[in-house]
Design a protein around this ligand. Structure first.
Ligand SMILES: [Zn+2]
Length: 308
């Protein structure tokens, strides 16, 4: 049993910093982190999958004053029978990430039992975890046909089974090994919240609901709300986990540091690429590379460009 603790380093110091930041930022940390978390009702689009500058801010904000060591906060583990403990920690039927814990700087490590894994669906990967232009994709997409069976990847209990704007019809399962997995864009959901499921059970049918441009499964793996690149731990060609014991450390979430270091610019009337490059102390070619555009691309007003 792994035990982790999150506590403020120095509450007074942190609150001063927080107060100072509040003056600068348009929204509260809570609002921002809700965006990052893709909080329902409407946020998780492949939104939840995506993030923007405010979410990047919340990522770094969320980490402030938090350290990990032995103690007060623990990831609940539970067995097949859905004991009371399941409901005691962030057992939420609506919010994808109710934890508010950023593990980017976790100092501990956690071992996750990957045995018993069942691949949710066989198919080729159409989109990987990672940056999509100025947004972030928090899962791995697998091609499927509408109506294909989607299976639970481990034993666990269904925490969310609903329609979300971006995910479409989706299911989130909390597993006995401490991970949570998400299955998005389904045509039909076959399990209700609080249902116990076993690895391999058919939990939904594949589809094209939500923000999706063709039938696929959007598959996410999370630990305490923090997304893990599914392809870093599962071989999607064989459908097998890459290791029996997965060690989760701060390195698992190093992509969050990249996110936190990113900056954006919203295009205004009269802007040109060279003008934006000058304002942001960068070059047109860097802007083009970061945003997948050409120097001749016409910029729509309101478009967000990644600048670093
Ligand atoms: Zn996706």
């Amino acid at each position: 049993m792994q035990v982790m603790k999150f506590k403020p380093v120095d509450k007074s110091g942190v609150s001063l910093v927080m107060a100072a930041l509040m003056l600068v930022w348009p929204a509260s940390a809570q609002e921002l982190s809700e965006v990052e978390d893709g909080t329902e009702p409407d946020e998780p689009t492949e939104t939840e999958e995506f993030f923007d500058v405010d979410e990047a801010a919340s990522e770094s904000m969320g980490d402030m004053g938090l350290v990990l060591d032995e103690g007060t906060w623990r990831m609940p583990r539970f067995c097949d029978s859905l004991p009371e403990a399941c409901y005691n920690d962030s057992w939420d039927h609506f919010v994808v990430n109710p934890y508010d814990k950023n593990l980017m700087n976790m100092t501990d490590s956690v071992n996750i039992d990957m045995t018993g894994y069942c691949h949710p669906i066989a198919g080729y990967v159409t989109s990987k975890f990672g940056f999509r232009r100025y947004r972030f994709h928090y899962g791995t997409d697998v091609k499927l046909n509408v109506g294909d069976s989607i299976r639970a990847s481990f034993d666990g209990v269904v925490r969310i089974s609903k329609n979300g704007y971006g995910y479409g019809n989706y299911i989130l399962i909390r597993h006995n090994n401490g991970l949570e997995t998400i299955y998005g864009h389904c045509s039909k959901l076959l399990v209700a919240v609080d249902s116990t499921v076993h690895a391999g059970d058919v939990i939904a049918l594949g589809g094209n609901t939500g923000r999706s441009t063709g039938p696929h499964l959007h598959f996410e793996v999370r630990y305490v709300g923090n997304a893990i690149d599914p392809q870093s731990i599962i071989d999607f060609e064989t459908g097998q986990p890459k290791t029996e014991q997965l060690e989760i450390t701060a390195t698992t979430f190093k992509y969050k540091k990249e996110i936190a270091s990113m900056a954006f610019y919203t295009v205004r009337k009269g802007d040109t690429l060279s003008g934006i490059a000058k304002k942001r102390h960068t070059t047109v070619s860097k802007l083009c590379k970061l945003n997948g555009i050409k120097p001749t691309t016409i910029l729509k007003i309101g478009r967000r460009l990644r600048c670093s």
